[in-house]
Design a protein. Structure first.
Length: 130
């Protein structure tokens, strides 16, 4: 079962986290590959510009052609955080396709909730993973 780690850039304010600037996402994935498809399981640790972190669990499927990823889709959910993100809750879906350079560009949708803050946000396009 191949596994990999990647760093993802997400320029601009995060669409899910109070508009706080995203500094870096570190993604660790494990893929169960069978032919041209794979079941993917992952964990993301995101670091915000203020140092707070969020933790996300992902699971989905990838499609390959000639060993290159063609599409990635699945579900994500927050499982924790630090600082102002300590009680973050939320879940949603993601879909990714490679750009001409081979980086995966993800469209991420879902809802984020900050208990005790009466704040909810919705997502949009987010970064790239190499």
């Amino acid at each position: 079962m191949p596994s990999r780690s990647a760093k993802a850039s997400a320029p601009g304010p995060s669409p899910w986290i109070s508009g706080i600037q995203t500094k870096e996402d570190v993604v660790t994935r494990s893929d169960e590959i069978s032919g041209a498809s794979a079941r993917a399981h992952g964990f993301v640790v995101g670091t915000m510009s203020n140092g707070d972190k969020f933790h996300v669990r992902t699971q989905g499927t990838d499609t390959y052609k000639e060993g290159n990823i063609q599409a990635s889709q699945g579900m994500w959910s927050f499982v924790g955080g630090t600082g102002k993100l300590k009680r973050i809750k939320g879940k949603g879906t993601y879909k990714g396709k490679p750009d001409p350079e081979g980086n995966l560009i993800f469209d991420i949708e879902g809802n984020t909730n900050f208990p005790n803050r009466n704040e909810k946000t919705q997502g949009g396009q987010h970064g790239k993973s190499s």
